[in-house]
Design a protein around this ligand. Structure first.
Ligand code: PYC
Length: 320
């Protein structure tokens, strides 16, 4: 009797990827297999992704192939001259503007694949061109888009917490930054910190406090200087906290420190995350905004192919 061939569902889609983490926060670079996104600019392509191709985002980023913490980086041909790559970042909630830790992951991935070497590399993003420097020792410095403080010392009434004050700043994404003074931000308390920051975000939305042009403030950042250490806790749009000190969040913080005269151009700011990992930031002045440069390191963790088989009920992710 000849053996019966097992029935293996046909593979309908296959996307190659490389995963890394930057200071603990994961990045998945999608190299190919994604459909072509229409648009003359990366901003238009990001819009198209959110509008017409969202199931591809959820395929890559949501369980069972991804998770809530993951930020994905779709590698694209750049639209701007002299750029080594174009990229659109997205997470479990939708497309992002910029992503600092993700840019470190992208640059380390391109180096791992042998596509770039040490030096300066211009990268096209939906919110502008950033320049990343790959150092000989593997660290990556990201000269981010200009950052600025939009609103200072805004008061918001938060359910269960009372009045909270903070600044609204742009660092490539919109942030509400709350100084919690000497309070210790510890990994043991991430559930409580998560609950607190999500309440703050809700209160901002209820009070219609926004970034410029009504933009949603989708990142909440608590800052502590307990024991003389600058530590933060950053809540990301999809309800997961940033394991890294957050590149765009550190950029927003630099803008606020500059506006308050608490940090001079070129002076190094050491920013620790709630898991104890560190980015370093400096800034230079650009008119009434600052140009932040954030330095950290990414490590490659995985390489492979995301496979979709015919008939998989969770091919497009487990959605709420
Ligand atoms: O590093 O900019 C960042 C970032 C944004 C969201 C998660 N990480």
């Amino acid at each position: 009797m000849s053996p019966v061939a097992p029935s293996i569902p046909r593979v309908t889609h296959c996307l190659s990827f490389v995963d890394s983490h930057s200071a603990g926060e994961p990045t998945r670079v999608v190299l190919d297999g994604f459909p072509e996104l229409p648009g003359e600019t990366l901003a238009q392509q990001r819009e198209a992704l959110g509008r017409d191709f969202d199931r591809w985002r959820t395929l890559v980023n949501l369980e069972p192939r991804g998770n809530d913490v993951l930020v994905s980086a779709l590698l694209l041909p750049p639209k701007q001259p002299d750029c080594v790559a174009g990229v659109i970042y997205f997470n479990n909630a939708g497309p992002l503007g910029m992503c600092g830790h993700g840019t470190m992951g992208l640059v380390s991935t391109l180096a791992y694949l042998g596509r770039i070497g040490p030096g300066d590399h211009r990268i096209d993003t939906p919110v502008g061109v950033v320049t990343a420097t790959l150092h000989d020792d593997g660290r990556v410095s990201v000269a981010n888009v200009p950052a600025y403080r939009h609103l200072q010392n805004v008061s918001v009434n938060v359910e269960g917490l009372g009045e909270i004050r903070g600044d609204v700043a742009w660092g490539g994404n919109w942030f509400f930054l709350v100084d919690v003074g000497e309070r210790v931000l510890s990994l043991e308390d991430v559930a409580g910190l998560g609950d607190e920051t999500l309440r703050i975000r809700q209160a901002l939305s209820d009070a219609e406090i926004t970034g410029e042009d009504g933009a949603e403030i989708d990142h909440i950042e608590l800052f502590s200087h307990a024991g003389g250490v600058n530590r933060n806790f950053v809540m990301c749009p999809g309800g997961a906290y940033d394991r890294s000190p957050c590149g765009t969040g550190t950029s927003a913080k630099l803008a606020c420190l500059a506006a308050d005269g608490q940090l001079q151009p070129g002076q190094v700011w050491r920013q620790e995350s709630v898991i104890g990992s560190v980015f370093e930031g400096v800034y230079s002045l650009e008119g009434d905004q600052v140009r932040p440069v954030i330095t950290g390191q990414a490590f490659i963790t995985m390489q492979g192919e995301l496979i979709v088989q015919d008939g998989d009920p969770f091919a497009w992710g487990i959605r709420p």
